[in-house]
Design a protein around this ligand. Structure first.
Ligand code: ADP
Ligand code: ADP
Ligand code: MG
Length: 445
């Protein structure tokens, strides 16, 4: 097992990893930008190094500075968290060539899955349904029109390097496809330095279901059941729950097995998530793999009792998984809310500022994963998440009651947040009955 780990991230997930290290008896080395200097969570790490100016391109994305901090900190491994360098295959490769274990999949598997077009090929190999679409990248307008004629409108233009809900555009006819292609490609080049786009059938009113997997170096691959992340705004998740309510048992089993097949075909190790969209007939289609820990991992931890961060560290250090598939339970119901500093009345724009008052809910079944405190300044440089409110109860109905109660206790002043919208969501009959789709928030509010 490692003695010291560097955490190449910030905020909530950095704190989550510091805590896991402490429980495992591992020392943690944090890094921070000038914007994060003085943040309280840094005090909980064993050491912390400043790696640069606030902009993430000058700090959390600077591979050379992170490697230098790792060498000065004398660590054996780096945990990348999510976002920033977590899905950068080059970074994973650099770590290992410096004899530092990267806590994540092999860089080859990450590179293959990180590109959505090549991930679709692996899914095909593993006999997992992909959304009907183009075979590979779109090379010219004529080919795009042919694909659209074959699969039928509406179609979705997607960036092969896309992420974070960006790089997607719906086209309803030939004209919007032609203009959309150019715009999407230019956007993708700007955001991801990769102009490659492909086409998928735009599935109307789907649900987003994803499967948590863990794989060790001995070829053992298990799933930790599914999460429903249908409640989104701008193609980004806001509420996640496990297990998925109202998904027939046979579909649950099939989708989890499909995820395991795909992960095996990719020669993947460590934690990962296989994402699907599910149409109204419960047919599921693969969309992408997130080759890292995800924001919403706590709901899977609650229903299985598995500490996913600890397992990531153990697997990276060479330990085999301590359980087989049949040893992974699915107990109770967990729901997570992303508490973001953003303005739901203004297209969910980020709302940086200082938290002037904070009252965090507690009690049986309530978990709040967050790095913030009263007086904390939410920086405009990073994403707007303040924390994650997670509830866990024996049934979904009880979890919902617990969530509503926790939201009533929750006070955040000084910045606009998603809390008022969350109250409406958890009281809405469509959410309670489980009849929502990914467009619900935009259609309803
Ligand atoms: P999850 O599926 O874990 O919810 P998200 O797509 O919300 O993941 O992304 C998690 C974090 O990573 C967010 O902070 C998001 O902004 C960031 N992120 C994900 N993919 C990319 C990308 N390709 N480029 C930049 N940021 C990304
Ligand atoms: P990202 O890498 O940004 O997370 P995904 O491919 O996972 O991109 O898609 C993000 C979200 O966009 C999905 O959760 C879903 O809501 C929507 N989406 C993606 N592909 C489709 C599709 N073919 N049809 C309808 N919605 C889609
Ligand atoms: Mg996704």
């Amino acid at each position: 097992m490692f003695q010291r780990i560097l955490i190449a991230n910030r905020g909530e997930i950095a704190l989550r990893i510091i805590r896991a290290c402490r429980e495992l008896g591992i020392q943690s080395v944090a890094v921070y930008s000038e914007a994060d200097r003085g943040a309280h969570y840094l005090d909980l790490a064993d050491e912390a190094y400043c790696i640069g100016r606030p902009a993430s391109t000058d700090s959390y994305l600077m591979i050379n500075r992170i490697i230098s901090a790792a060498e000065i900190g004398n660590v054996q491994a780096i945990h990348p968290g999510y976002g920033f360098l977590a899905e950068n295959a080059h970074f994973a490769e650099v770590c290992r060539s410096c004899n530092i274990e990267f806590i994540g999949p092999p860089h080859e598997a990450m590179a293959k899955l990180g590109d959505k077009v090549s991930a679709r090929e692996i899914a095909d190999e593993a006999r997992v349904h992909v959304v009907p679409g183009s075979d590979g990248l779109i090379t010219d307008e004529k080919q795009a029109l042919e694909v659209a004629a074959r699969i039928g409108y509406p179609v979705l233009i997607k960036a092969t390097a896309g992420g974070g809900g960006r790089g997607m555009r719906v086209a309803h006819n030939d004209i919007s496809l032609k203009t959309g292609l150019k715009a999407a490609s230019a956007e993708a080049e700007k955001a991801f330095k990769n102009a490659g786009v492909y086409l998928e059938k735009y599935i109307e009113r789907p649900r987003h279901i994803e499967v948590q997997v863990l794989a060790d170096h001995e070829g053992e691959v298990v799933h930790l059941w599914e999460r429903d992340c249908t409640m989104q705004r701008r193609h980004q998740k806001l509420v996640e729950e496990a297990p998925a309510a109202h998904l027939p048992l046979s579909v649950r089993e099939d989708i989890c097995k499909a995820a395991v097949r795909l992960i095996k075909a990719a020669h993947y190790t460590n934690a990962g998530t296989v994402e699907f969209i599910v149409d109204k007939d419960n047919q599921f289609y693969f969309i992408e793999v997130n080759a890292r820990i995800q924001v919403e991992h706590p709901v899977s931890e609650m229903i299985t009792g598995v500490d996913l961060i600890a397992q990531q560290i153990r697997v990276a250090s060479g330990e085999p998984l301590p359980f087989k598939q049949r040893g992974i339970p699915c107990n109770g119901a967990a729901i997570e809310l992303r508490v973001n500093a953003e303005d739901p009345d203004n297209d969910f724009r980020g709302c940086p500022g200082t938290i002037t008052k904070l009252r965090v809910p507690g009690g049986l079944g309530v978990r709040f994963d967050s790095h913030v405190h009263e007086g904390y300044r939410i920086s405009p440089y990073y994403d707007s998440m303040i924390g994650k409110l997670i509830v866990y109860k024996p049934t979904r109905e009880q979890a919902l009651a617990c969530m509503r109660r926790a939201l009533d206790e929750f006070v955040i002043e000084g910045v606009k947040t998603t809390l008022p919208l969350a109250k409406k969501i958890f009281n809405h009959s469509a959410f309670v009955e489980g009849t929502v789709d990914t467009t619900f928030i935009e259609r309803t509010w």
